[in-house]
Ligand binder design. Structure first.
Ligand SMILES: NC(=O)c1ccc[n+]([C@@H]2O[C@H](COP(=O)([O-])OP(=O)(O)OC[C@H]3O[C@@H](n4cnc5c(N)ncnc54)[C@H](O)[C@@H]3O)[C@@H](O)[C@H]2O)c1
Length: 247
């Protein structure tokens, strides 16, 4: 594998594939960890055909033991993880509060927030020892503005920002940077599937920059936070959202 190793959770997904491709193009060996075997393996095959270095590990991010095991396996093989991108997440659960099932609340918090904590925990000791590393966690515009019916998701995405600030302070003395990226409306299959074409056209036209984000827009932001281009940034929130939210 390449000199520097990046791990991308949710790397088989819509934004995830664009992030993986961008990091691979930049010279990282990329380890995709995702629950979607088929998409993950097919994408790795494609990347390898294009002469990039990539591998796939299946993971269920709601299971703490699996996270520990997968990250240990990656460390054992490559002896390093330079970049961790926690992208897996999102939600389809949207309910009024009195109808919100606790099981779904837990699922949203587990996949978005708890998995972010556990994956950061899995790399933190070795990044500290290496005295370098970059972690990028993923929030959302809804982590800032809230969204009616998405109480669990917006709570998780807001918590990720505060979590990342705390971890940034904890890791700064060791030269490890921790930042958060907040995509806004971004055209991935998961999001497109819950809107009609007419709704999507209206939402896109309503964006200050006149269009929805594309996965590659988010990938450029992640790449910036992963590399020395952002060497003096830690604990920051980077909005990549066409102007829909400012702070
Ligand atoms: N697309 C948007 O409009 C948008 C907006 C704001 C924030 N975001 C955030 O960006 C990130 C990526 O979003 P996306 O639209 O690319 O989503 P996506 O559904 O296309 O990709 C998510 C990936 O995560 C994986 N994943 C989900 N749960 C998992 C689990 N329990 N274990 C292992 N893997 C799991 C999925 O298999 C999938 O490959 C998410 O954190 C989402 O909240 C997206």
């Amino acid at each position: 594998m390449a000199n520097k190793i990046a791990v991308v959770t949710g790397g088989a997904g819509g934004i995830g594939q664009a992030v993986v491709a961008r990091l691979a193009q930049s010279g990282f060996g990329v380890c995709i960890v995702d629950q979607n075997d088929k998409a993950g393996q097919e994408f790795v095959d494609q990347l390898r055909k294009d002469k990039y270095e990539a591998e796939f590990s299946r993971i269920e991010l709601r299971r703490a033991a699996e996270i520990k095991e997968v990250f240990e396996t990656i460390f054992a093989k490559h002896r390093r993880i330079d970049v961790l991108v926690n992208l897996a997440g999102g939600t389809i659960h949207k309910h009024p509060i009195h109808e919100f099932p606790l099981s779904e609340w837990r699922e949203v918090i587990d996949v978005n927030l708890k998995a972010t904590f556990l994956c950061c925990q899995a790399v933190s000791k070795r990044m500290k020892e290496a005295k370098s590393g970059a972690i990028i966690n993923t929030s959302s515009n809804f982590g800032i503005t809230g969204s009616a019916g998405r109480t669990a998701y917006s709570a998780a995405k807001a918590a990720i920002i505060a979590f990342s600030k705390s971890l940034a302070l904890e890791m700064a003395p060791y030269g490890v940077r921790v930042n958060t990226i907040a995509p806004g409306l971004t055209a991935t299959a998961r999001v497109l599937a819950v809107h009609t074409d007419a709704e999507w056209a209206k939402m896109s036209a309503g964006m200050p920059l006149g269009r929805a984000g594309q996965p590659r827009d988010i990938a450029e932001g992640v790449h910036f936070l992963a590399t020395e281009d952002s060497a003096f940034m830690t604990g920051q929130l980077l909005h990549v959202n066409g102007g829909m939210v400012f702070n």
